[in-house]
Design a protein around this ligand. Structure first.
Ligand code: NAD
Length: 339
């Protein structure tokens, strides 16, 4: 039974997961980094739920429960949580260290999960019995809008942990796919093939970054390729793409995209969070001109989407309807690659 949930990290994903879970009947503990201004975060949270009470969005009994939400910098406050969701930066060594510490602080039997978007859970699982209750629980950005999550398990993750995580996701109205870590992060990997093709097309000067994003939004998905990278964070993208492709026999195919992301990171351009990535922020209105090969580029990217989806569907052995729904939710399309 999961009734108390801990979230770690006050960045984009930690904040998104915390805010999303507020709408459900869980007791929450939110652990922020040592440098966070938790007094300010607590004050803002208090004001937010008071506004919800005054506006009739929540009733007094819900307010009384939410006001007990615990926000601090002390990981020891997670001690009686049933589920812990970690959302700190995408650095395996840092995550591993955190889970080692938590293993001593949190009650035995609690489930530990990482929101990692590219690190296999077995790389960061603490040794010992906690491994039976460990998996990745991968929400997507923006958490409020993307109705899909991935559970990525290790060889050690036990059946009751998977069942508990699946029921948790059902209780918070999230669709999910469950895969063992050999097939982890499948949705991002499908998108990577399209991102890579788009990057190569822009690099070959067939169109500009804004033209490509405009074309993709008009013809394929609800977001562009490069504004997506900027909103995820170029550093997170670089870590993810490097991890995904590490064992690909054809990894050279992604080398140019990885080099492009690396260059941006070296220049301190992390995307929206540093006000510059592929774009500068606040983003200026630019006039997007049509360009000659737009129809064939859109068709090429659509074919890339279809073939990557088919390849990963075959590799994961997920039921086609589950895969199709997950892809539709992820890309925000009315139809998936399988109808
Ligand atoms: P982020 O850089 O925005 O936030 C990370 C937060 O963790 C920061 O607020 C930092 O201060 C905090 N932190 C660092 N060490 C901490 C510690 N020891 N204890 C508590 N807090 C600590 O990163 P993010 O985009 O929120 O990503 C978090 C995780 O989610 C990563 O693993 C990432 O790969 C994954 N993810 C990101 C996205 C995305 O779109 N950005 C999508 C899905 C998954």
């Amino acid at each position: 039974m999961i009734s108390k949930v801990g979230i770690i990290g006050e960045g984009k994903m930690g904040t998104g997961i915390f805010n999303y879970l507020l709408d459900f009947n869980y007791e929450l503990v939110w652990i922020c980094s040592p440098v966070a201004d938790t007094e300010k975060i607590n004050r803002q949270f208090g004001k937010k739920i008071k506004r919800s009470l005054d506006a009739g969005i929540i009733d007094q009994s819900r307010f009384d429960k939410l006001i007990q939400t615990h926000i601090s910098k002390n990981p020891g406050d997670l001690h009686d949580c049933d589920l812990v969701i970690e959302a700190i930066p995408e650095i395996a060594a840092v995550k591993k260290e955190l889970f080692l510490t938590l293993d001593h602080l949190v009650k035995p039997g609690a489930i530990f999960t990482s929101n990692s978007s590219s690190i296999n859970p077995s790389e960061i699982t603490p040794p010992g019995d906690r491994g039976f209750q460990f998996s990745c629980l991968h929400f997507f950005y923006p958490v409020q809008l993307k109705n899909i999550a991935e559970i990525n398990t290790t060889k050690k993750t036990n059946g009751s942990t998977v069942i508990a995580l699946e029921s948790f996701l059902q209780s918070i109205q999230r669709h999910f796919i469950t895969l063992d870590e050999r097939n982890s992060f499948v949705l991002n990997k499908i998108f990577l093939d399209i991102q890579n093709e788009a990057y190569l097309i822009v690099k070959a000067d067939h169109c500009s970054v804004p033209q490509m994003d405009h074309l993709v939004r008009q013809t394929l998905f609800s977001f562009g390729i490069f504004d997506f990278c900027d909103s995820v964070g170029i550093d997170t993208m670089l870590a993810s793409v490097t991890n995904y492709t590490r064992d690909y026999p054809h990894r050279d195919y992604y080398a140019s995209f990885i080099a492009g992301l690396n260059k941006l990171v070296m220049e301190g351009k992390f995307g929206i969070k540093s006000q510059e990535g592929f774009y500068k922020y606040p983003m200026e209105e630019v006039l997007i001109n049509d360009f000659p090969a737009s129809d064939s580029i859109a068709e090429h990217l659509r074919q890339t989407w279809l073939s990557a989806s088919k390849r990963f569907a075959a590799q994961t052995h997920l039921p086609i309807e589950d895969m199709n729904r997950a892809i539709k939710e992820y890309f925000g399309t009315e139809n998936g690659p399988f109808g």
